[in-house]
Design a protein. Structure first.
Length: 278
């Protein structure tokens, strides 16, 4: 009887250990065959979460449950990936990710290029770029890479000149020529669309412009050239913690996003305000 009880106990332990060894965590298993893997991805609502929704059913057929958490800021999604709360995020461009790694000590890498969102300049109190008043106030994003990007757009429009050594990290302190004595109001990128009436002009990322009810194709007074070098520097990506870029579930997500189906959705839905980069 004792031997029988010992045998039952041993079998119970083996089955328990086997159950513990089976995980739905994409970071642990990476194996999408034969079991459901939950892939947790952080994204801003527009257009990122909308694009992810296009591939949710396709991933489900591969045994991957895509769980999307929406964020309205640019900081938490990166720390959540770094800390393992998320498997990936989809909200930022390459340059922002690299700046986050340098300034916040994160260890994120690019798992795949998805799209580019041309940054645009939008009317507030001023509605004509040819009639900007002296001393006009322009609102720009307050994060390092997007502020530099906004200033470079103003330089392309011949409104200011920037020290060439500043590059993508330019700030108002790097302006070497400002004939209209423009003033700059640095705001959180998510607040720019809602505060346009408080300033003369606002320079807004397309995702937040769309969220704010603006159409980048028709409402922007000017925007970046999608064929410029900026398109490469500001391509939006699937970001993961270093070491997870070859995870099978992550690779399946990127492959699902880099399809003609998704490209057609982007082209039809956003009509040039979001441009596929694959």
């Amino acid at each position: 009887m004792k031997k029988l009880l010992a045998l039952v106990f041993a079998l119970t332990m083996v089955l328990s250990l086997a159950a513990c060894g089976s995980s739905n965590d994409a970071d642990k298993s990476g194996d999408t065959a034969g079991e459901t893997v939950t892939l947790k991805v952080g994204a801003t609502p527009t257009p990122h979460a909308e694009i992810l929704a296009v591939v949710k059913d396709d991933l489900a057929k591969q045994g991957i449950n895509l769980e999307v958490t929406e964020y309205s800021d640019y900081v938490i999604p990166n720390t959540a990936v770094e800390d393992g709360e998320l498997d990936a995020n989809f909200f930022q461009h390459i340059t922002y990710m690299e700046d986050s790694n340098a300034s916040k000590g994160t260890h994120l890498v690019n798992a795949g290029n998805i799209h580019y969102e041309p940054m645009g300049i939008y009317a507030g109190k001023t509605t004509d770029l040819n009639n900007i008043p002296d001393g006009a106030t322009i609102a720009v994003p307050n994060d390092a890479t997007n502020e530099g990007r906004a200033l470079l757009l103003l330089q392309d429009l011949k409104l200011i000149e920037i020290n060439p050594d500043a590059g993508l990290n330019a700030t108002p302190n790097d302006i070497t020529s400002n004939p209209k004595n423009l003033k700059f109001k640095e705001l959180d990128a998510a607040m720019l669309a809602q505060t346009r009436e408080d300033v003369d002009l606002s320079i807004i990322n397309s995702n937040f412009a769309i969220q704010g009810g603006l159409d980048p194709k028709t409402d922007a007074l000017a925007s970046e050239d999608p064929q410029s070098d900026a398109a490469k520097a500001y391509t939006n990506i699937i970001a993961v913690k270093e070491g997870n870029e070859n995870n099978e579930a992550i690779k399946a997500l990127v492959a699902a996003l880099q399809t003609e189906k998704v490209k057609e959705f982007i082209d039809t839905t956003y009509k040039g305000s979001v441009v596929a980069m694959f």
